[in-house]
Design a protein around this ligand. Structure first.
Ligand code: HEM
Length: 395
């Protein structure tokens, strides 16, 4: 059902309260396709919300492209400059080739190789940064994914804190807490850092991701750089909000850590539910490659359509009691990692981080309570936390 709303769904202020869930549920429930006038996006854009419609737009055979960009603001007339060079904004054979190169460094096997590293990091972090009234969104949550991604890219330990801060600035959304530097400046700094890393690998190659990309005959130096950036941002920005959200989720199930301690095998099922419930990737965008009809609405060639993943992940026709965190939820075929050819390459790593954290935490703590209401991040792209103060009940 097509709806013309006098509302710009790119406005980050819409996502600052829990009212966003009511808005999304209503539209998902009626399979709405909503038009946003030009505003945050220069040509305007269409939005879909239901599980089925998001799958339809993201499906492998759908007449949509990622190459013009995958965030609100891009379309055929205003393309992302990284299009056709960075894996997440590339289509077809070249996209498949980039996935083949990058994929093994983020695979399930890689995740299991990194498990003991992740557990060690988690133990240190729980000992040093989590106490009564700790802000897990500011401290623990960004540190774990950043360590894991830095390990994959071979970033030296002494540079890691700086990179975490830069990713906060670059992709922290339009939040005033990140005012010290503009997002664009922070992004340039990240690219500058990666450039140095590439030069070091060129001089002293190894078996790491950067060296393997440098050896690939089809990739030039700028493509190596831009894909390092993709892994850094993809690995940091979403995972940390799922980690912070995990504490939020646990506060709604006070008995769960005790249950998990006696049955640690349940951690991977709960980790999946953490990803559904938190859904940090708020939207993905596609551009129509031909005139296409979605729910009876003609989308002209070149126009963008946005799939709101948290809305699909709480579509009541697919997930019973969708607003509740149900750690044993099965089946749980959420779209948190996207759907179709661009399905998240780092999913195994994200699952590992959340699963290991749940297990280690269950061994040390019997519960989590919120010390203050969560403060959401102001963003239309990342559903996350600006501040999440928790009290952890240590055993
Ligand atoms: C792609 C979500 C963790 C690297 C994606 C996409 C989503 C997503 C929705 C699809 C984008 C699209 O369709 O346009 C998430 C969530 C995570 C997470 C919710 C954590 C909870 C990670 C991690 C890494 C990573 C840990 C790397 C270390 C990537 C890459 C892509 C991607 C490289 C591009 C894949 C492609 O275009 O073929 N992610 N991600 N992600 N993600 Fe993740």
């Amino acid at each position: 059902m097509t709806e013309k709303q006098n509302i710009d769904l790119g406005d980050a202020d819409l996502y600052l309260t829990e009212a966003r869930f009511d808005m999304w549920r209503e539209w998902a429930g009626r399979d709405a396709i909503v038009w946003s006038e030009p505003g945050t996006a220069p040509s305007g854009f269409w939005s879909v919300f239901s599980y089925e419609d998001c799958q339809q737009v993201l499906a492998p055979t759908a007449p949509f492209s990622s190459e013009y960009g995958m965030m609100i603001g891009f379309d055929a007339w205003h393309p992302d400059r990284a299009g056709g060079r960075m894996v997440v904004v590339t289509d077809g054979d070249w996209h498949a080739h980039l996935r083949k190169i990058i994929g093994p460094f983020l695979s399930r096997q890689k995740a299991s190789e990194l498990e003991s590293f992740a557990r060690k990091e988690i133990t240190t972090l729980l000992e040093t940064v989590v106490d009564r009234g700790s802000d897990v969104a500011a401290h623990l949550a960004p540190a774990l994914p950043a360590s894991v991604v830095c390990e994959i890219l071979g970033v030296p330990v002494e540079d890691r804190q700086r990179l975490i801060e830069l990713t906060n600035h670059a992709f922290g959304g339009a939040d005033s807490a990140f005012d010290k530097m503009s997002p664009d400046e922070a992004h340039s700094e990240i690219l500058f850092y990666c450039h140095g890393l590439i030069e070091r690998r060129r001089a002293d190659p190894g078996d790491d991701l950067v060296s393997v990309m440098l050896r690939d005959a089809r990739m030039d130096a700028s493509e190596v750089l831009i894909n390092c950036d993709n892994v850094l941002i993809g690995g940091n920005e979403t995972t940390r909000h799922s980690i912070a959200g995990m504490f939020h989720a646990l506060s709604t199930r006070p008995d769960f850590l005790d249950e998990l301690r006696t049955d640690p095998g349940r951690a991977h099922i709960a980790a999946e539910e953490v990803i559904r419930w938190t859904s940090p990737a708020m939207h993905v965008l596609r551009t129509a490659t031909e005139d296409v009809t979605v729910r009876g609405q003609l989308i002209p060639k070149g126009m963008p359509v946005v799939a709101w993943l948290p809305a699909a992940n709480r579509d009541p026709r697919v997930f019973g009691d969708p607003d509740s965190f149900i750690p044993d939820r099965r089946p749980n075929k959420h779209l948190g990692f996207g759907y179709g050819p661009h399905h998240c390459l780092g999913a195994a790593l994200a699952r590992l981080e959340i699963c290991a954290l749940l297990e280690v935490l269950a061994g040390r703590a019997s519960g989590v309570t919120l010390a203050a209401p969560p403060l959401p991040q102001r963003s239309n792209l990342v559903q996350g936390y600006r501040k999440l103060l928790v009290d952890v009940d240590w055993r």
